[in-house]
Design a protein around this ligand. Structure first.
Ligand SMILES: [Zn+2]
Ligand SMILES: [Zn+2]
Length: 475
């Protein structure tokens, strides 16, 4: 059975609340044009999934409202026709939002009676495969939605995510669950709802080295159950100082990192469902799984993969927690620490969240060299010999203390965004921990207004989801 969900950019969510929640206590309505991520088979439940993403919010003009009370709203459909026209031109789907100030937490009998006419209108105008979303907002700021397929058929949305500075999840029976004994002590700290939220999330870990393996070990302990692991490498003996869960036997048997971590997580017996992708994250075969994830942790050293994920976060409004570690030792007479920095950067289409290019985390020159190495190794070696490419130097220092701490910083940021334990100003889009100085720094974003990802030109694409070519990058 096909399933459906919706991701709302926080900026749209704020605007919708302004439009839909009025002091007169009467219903209001708005449209949201949505991009779409199509998933042929969800990695966990195997079902086809339509994941809609908000692209633009448009109010229903006051003058179109024919009548409105706490229990109903009627408006002329001129603006809907206009929204459908724009949606068709940009290959988007229209969502109709309306408020239920009277408190009804489900669709009313009147909604059930009216909405088939609206999907009929949409399909008559834009074609028979046109879909229509309908979402209600309750006084407790809960969201409930459904996707109309045709006049007879709709799919209830399994989840609505609001993503930005915070992450809020809306799904049926949220907050009514009781944690299993394994997670009750965590519920005592953060409440039952956080455990339930975490258990609903689909989480991907990209790169399963020191930091990625630490993240992976933490996920089930936090009550996250649906996990995807992406890494093409096998365990080597030189990894064993920091690769959580890996044994000397794994290195000798040359086992893939993703399989070793899957084994360890599965053995916990907590009902964890791990899906593994033993390939480079940029490969086409990883796309469906990436699109299916609600949250991604990026723990790779690879600049080309990061370059792709940097766009992915904004096109699909999928929060990415990107981590890095810089250890630089000068080899003078006495070795001196020049840098011992752990970094976590959150990528999400939201103000204050500059991308990895603007923050100079990604080096485009190295990314270019990596691409050359992958596509034409002979040419890469030739250029390396002639010093045209940077090439890989000596292995960089790596210490389990710091790789693990960076993983913990990222997990804490996720928990804060879901639950808010650090209070109003607790979020950090970019945090650098200076391990040798015992201080944290939060450098402000330096935006390039023309950045094709996070700048004004990039914002045209936030929430667009699937486009051809993928992420607008010609391969
Ligand atoms: Zn209603
Ligand atoms: Zn940028």
């Amino acid at each position: 059975m096909t399933t459906a969900s919706l991701t709302l950019q926080e900026q749209h969510w704020k605007y919708l609340q302004e439009i839909l929640v009025r002091t007169d206590g009467a219903e209001r309505a708005a449209y949201v044009l949505c991009g779409l991520a199509t998933i042929d088979a969800d990695p966990w439940d195997g079902q086809p999934h339509h994941k809609f993403i908000s692209y633009e919010a448009i109010p229903v003009p006051e003058e179109e409202i024919v009548s409105s009370s706490a229990e109903h709203i009627t408006w002329k459909t001129d603006s809907l026709v206009h929204a459908l026209k724009t949606a068709q031109a940009k290959d988007l789907t229209v969502a109709i939002f309306h408020s239920h100030p009277g408190g009804l937490e489900k669709f009313s009998a009147q909604d059930d009676a009216n909405e088939p006419d609206l999907i009929e209108l949409a399909q008559n105008r834009n074609g028979s495969d046109t879909k229509l979303l309908s979402v209600i907002l309750t006084p407790l700021r809960k969201l409930v939605g459904r996707l109309w397929i045709n006049q007879q058929e709709f799919i209830s949305l399994q989840m609505i995510r609001v993503v930005g500075e915070s992450i809020r999840l809306h799904y049926p029976n949220r907050g009514q669950g009781v944690s299993s004994p394994a997670f009750q002590r965590q519920a005592l700290a953060f409440g039952e709802a956080l455990n339930q939220d975490l258990s609903m999330l689909r989480v991907g870990v990209i790169g399963c080295g020191g930091t990625g393996s630490a993240i992976a070990m933490l996920l089930p302990k936090m009550a996250i159950r649906q996990i995807a692991l992406f890494d093409k490498d096998i365990v080597e003996e030189s990894n064993l100082n920091r690769l959580h869960g890996a044994t000397l036997d794994d290195a000798r048997a040359q086992r893939p990192k993703v399989e070793v971590i899957k084994r360890v997580l599965t053995e916990l017996g907590l009902g964890i469902e791990v899906r593994t992708y033993q390939s480079w994250v940029g490969e086409t075969e990883c796309r469906q799984a990436l699109k299916a994830c609600d949250i991604l942790f990026c723990c790779t050293d690879d600049h080309t993969g990061r370059l792709m994920l940097n766009r992915f976060a904004y096109y699909y409004a999928t929060p990415i927690f990107d981590m890095g570690l810089a250890v630089e030792i000068s080899h003078k007479e006495t070795a001196e620490i020049k840098a011992l920095d752990g970094r976590i950067t959150v990528l999400v289409p939201a103000p204050g969240h500059a991308c990895l290019l603007c923050r100079e985390v990604i080096n485009p020159v190295i990314a270019r060299d990596e691409t050359l190495k992958r596509s034409n190794p002979t040419e890469y070696e030739r250029q390396k010999a002639e010093a045209y490419v940077i090439g890989e130097g000596n292995p960089s220092p790596a210490v389990v203390l710091f790789t693990t701490e960076v993983a913990i910083m990222a997990m804490e940021e996720l928990v804060h965004r879901l639950q808010g334990f650090r209070g109003e100003d607790g979020m950090a889009a970019h945090r650098v921990r200076k391990f040798h100085l015992t201080t944290d720094r939060k450098p402000a974003a330096i935006y390039n207004l023309n950045c094709p990802v996070c700048g004004n030109t990039g914002a045209e694409w936030w929430g667009r989801g699937d486009v051809i070519p993928f992420l607008n990058v010609v391969g």
